[in-house]
Design a protein around this ligand. Structure first.
Ligand SMILES: *[C@@H]1O[C@H](CO)[C@@H](O)[C@H](O)[C@H]1NC(C)=O
Ligand SMILES: *[C@@H]1O[C@H](CO)[C@@H](O)[C@H](O)[C@H]1NC(C)=O
Ligand SMILES: *[C@@H]1O[C@H](CO)[C@@H](O)[C@H](O)[C@H]1NC(C)=O
Ligand SMILES: *[C@@H]1O[C@H](CO)[C@@H](O)[C@H](O)[C@H]1NC(C)=O
Ligand SMILES: *[C@@H]1O[C@H](CO)[C@@H](O)[C@H](O)[C@H]1NC(C)=O
Length: 281
């Protein structure tokens, strides 16, 4: 009676794990972050539990406290076994190499049990750097660094896709991708240039072929010319006042005549100056 029941239980468990293995739960991990691999268990009956990745044991604990952690998971795997029964493990500092199918195993005093398969998928966000200034001859460069899985760099000019080539480098250790794309644009008219990597879009406005900067220069030149003219007139006017005063002091004899004469001269030149100033404004 007793062995028969155990057999049925074991068969049921096998069937359950077979069913669950056909549709593994997916967990999305992000590089450098953590994932919690859930596995409830019955603490009162438990004698040991372990975790496998792709059918290779990465962690095992034999009660009360014999722990084995596979190289590469040391310091990254934490367990929470307590009297409520929690065979979950937290895997921290996720890397691309952690992609795989995970499963927990529970050794009870009279039987064994398996948790459902958990598929860990890993992604890493690309760091996109893109500048609108060209160093070489009208070549624009967009870089997408440290991402996973492999992606593409696409260019758009005012929303229209452009064709370009892309260099792909894969880091052997981290398995992360580094993409570089260069685009040659020999004519720009102030369009919007976009570098698109997945859902990341970096954009900038291209320079139009210089009409803005040349008018700016013309305006600036005009301003400096009129300032120069005003200064010149100011200096001339000052000189004129100075010389008339000086002459007045030097020749007191011709006082009456020359005063009249000079007053007229002064009025003439003053109107001339103000006329010129008006023209300048
Ligand atoms: C196990 O413990 C972790 C950490 O406290 C918790 O987040 C998780 O929900 C627990 N899982 C179960 C099945 O109790
Ligand atoms: C996880 O990766 C597998 C295999 O690459 C894929 O079939 C599955 O759709 C992915 N799941 C998620 C949620 O991204
Ligand atoms: C992304 O790239 C920029 C420029 O190269 C760099 O300053 C920054 O640190 C990078 N960020 C990450 C998260 O790698
Ligand atoms: C990285 O992998 C490539 C292709 O497998 C190989 O040619 C190259 O030598 C490797 N580099 C290093 C540093 O291991
Ligand atoms: C820009 O480059 C294309 C392709 O190389 C060429 O056909 C075109 O004449 C170039 N235009 C100018 C203004 O250089």
């Amino acid at each position: 009676m007793e062995p028969f029941r155990t057999q049925i239980l074991q068969l049921t468990l096998l069937w359950m794990s077979a069913v669950s293995s056909s549709e593994p739960t997916s967990l999305d991990g992000v590089v450098n972050q953590n994932v919690l691999l859930q596995c409830p268990c019955l603490y009162s009956d438990l004698s040991d539990f372990s975790w496998k990745r792709n059918d290779e044991t990465i962690f095992s604990l034999i009660l009360p406290e014999t722990v084995n952690i596979r190289l590469g998971f040391k310091n990254r795997l934490h367990y929470f076994l307590n009297d409520k029964g929690n065979c979950s493990v937290l895997l921290s500092d996720i890397a691309v190499a952690d992609i795989g199918k995970y499963q927990c195993y529970m050794g009870y005093k009279k039987t064994v049990d398996y948790g459902e398969y958990i598929q860990i998928n890993v992604t890493a966000n690309y760091n996109v750097s893109f500048k609108c200034d060209t160093d070489e001859k009208q070549v624009y460069q967009c870089k997408a660094s440290g991402g996973y899985p492999q992606s593409n760099i696409q260019w758009r000019l005012d929303g229209q896709p452009l064709t370009s080539t892309m260099e792909v480098h894969k880091d052997n250790t981290t398995q992360l991708y580094y993409l570089t794309s260069k685009l040659l644009l020999n004519e720009t008219k102030g369009e919007k240039l976009e570098c698109v990597v997945g859902n990341i879009i970096e954009s900038c406005m291209l320079e139009s072929p210089n009409p803005t900067s040349s008018t700016q220069i013309a305006v600036a030149a005009g301003v400096s010319v009129s300032v120069g003219m005003m200064l010149l007139f100011g200096i001339l006017f000052g000189l004129f006042i100075f010389t008339t005063r000086y002459r007045r002091q030097e020749k007191p004899m011709d006082f009456v005549f020359s005063r009249k004469q000079r007053d007229k001269e002064r009025r003439d030149s003053e109107t001339a100056v103000s006329l010129k100033a008006d023209e300048d404004v």
